[in-house]
Write a protein that binds this ligand. Structure first.
Ligand SMILES: NC(=O)c1ccc[n+]([C@@H]2O[C@H](COP(=O)([O-])OP(=O)(O)OC[C@H]3O[C@@H](n4cnc5c(N)ncnc54)[C@H](OP(=O)(O)O)[C@@H]3O)[C@@H](O)[C@H]2O)c1
Length: 325
């Protein structure tokens, strides 16, 4: 699997997500997924303090599954480990949880769940815009000083807040954020399922292009939208996918994928991920899987490269204009 620089690390362009590990995806299956992903050369595993807790609220189940697996495989040192904290309470998603005590408490729990003394990147899972960015950056600096994480990032933050946070860091001698984790896929999401998620938009795209800040794209396969559209046709798509992604723009993008499949010999799924991993700034695609076949398909996607011209034929248009430039 292709790798690229993520700070000082050499990291697979496709990261294995673990949102359902220990929840809908039982531990045995999660371990098989991780083994298969590592066997194909992947080294990036993304988790969070709240993952695995959505179905049966327990406590850090996804992290615990990964921690036990790394311990059994003696693989911690070969994994680029990513986790997140500061998530609002699941029943009060608009309530900020980014005080110093909350964030430090979360990372300490995560490290214990993961059976490690540090992660490679630590993300704040949401923003709390009532809290000044300076206060948040001071908290993140304290995590770096403790050696609990090598790098920091934010997820579901607006670009204005990211830029303000990095300006604060630079003018106060602190470490800027290394990366941003927005929702980003080739398919445009037409109906939001969670209003607290922040999706790639024109301003965020330009910020990445102009600064070269690392971008980790979540829900990067739009839950398999194009692959399923190709296999099943639009009428047979599951209702959830229709509701979230079926639109004239996405059908238009699918129609542009078809000649590109002929030209490149790549599958629809690999092309949709290559669109992300071949952006003009460093990108990594975080993927989810519910079957082993989904994991095995990453071998092709992880090596797929398209040219800027091919990528540009897939550019996303909305209301008749390119949304990212
Ligand atoms: N920072 C955040 O707030 C945030 C939010 C969401 C996710 N994430 C991270 O990003 C990871 C990925 O997110 P995601 O699960 O939404 O991403 P995704 O890859 O877009 O969706 C995963 C789903 O797509 C379908 N799928 C996967 N491979 C497929 C294939 N080859 N063919 C057909 N369908 C396929 C499966 O759905 P079916 O089971 O329906 O077939 C699978 O469960 C998460 O695990 C997590 O680590 C972060």
């Amino acid at each position: 699997m292709r790798k690229r620089a993520f700070g000082p690390y050499d990291v697979s362009v496709i990261g294995l997500g673990s949102g359902e590990f220990g929840g809908k995806c039982p531990e045995g299956q999660a371990r098989e997924f991780m083994d298969a992903y590592i066997a194909m050369g992947g080294n990036f595993i993304d988790t969070a303090r709240v993952y695995g807790d959505f179905v049966t609220p327990r406590n850090g189940e996804s992290e615990k599954v990964i921690g036990r697996w790394m311990a059994d495989r003696h693989s911690r040192d070969s994994i680029f480990l990513s986790t997140k904290g500061g998530h609002p309470p699941l029943e009060h998603m608009r309530q900020g949880r980014l005080s110093r005590e909350e964030v430090r408490g979360d990372i300490e729990e995560s490290l214990s769940n993961l059976q490690t003394d540090h992660v490679d990147i630590y993300w704040l899972h949401r923003d709390d815009e009532s809290r000044p960015v300076g206060d948040i950056m001071e908290t993140l600096e304290s995590l770096l000083e403790n050696g609990w994480t090598k790098m920091t990032g934010v997820s579901n933050w607006r670009p204005e807040r990211i830029q303000a946070a990095n300006q604060y860091a630079l003018s106060h001698g602190l470490t800027p954020l290394t990366a941003n984790q927005p929702q980003f896929s080739l398919a445009l999401q037409v109906r939001k399922t969670d209003p607290t998620l922040v999706t790639m938009d024109e301003k965020t795209w330009r910020m990445h292009r102009d600064t070269g800040m690392v971008c980790c794209c979540f829900s990067s396969q739009a839950r398999g939208f194009f692959t399923k559209l190709d296999a099943l046709g639009r009428d047979a798509l599951p209702d959830k996918l229709k509701n979230e992604y079926l639109s004239p723009e996405n059908i238009q993008i699918y129609e542009r994928l078809l000649p590109l499949r002929e030209e490149t010999g790549l599958s629809i799924g690999a092309l949709a991920l290559a669109y992300l991993t071949c952006q003009p700034f460093p990108t990594f695609a975080l993927v989810g899987a519910s079957r082993m076949a989904h994991v095995l398909a990453l071998k092709e996607a992880g090596n797929a490269v398209i040219t800027p011209r091919q990528r540009d034929t897939l550019r996303v248009f909305h209301d008749g204009r390119n949304i990212y430039e």
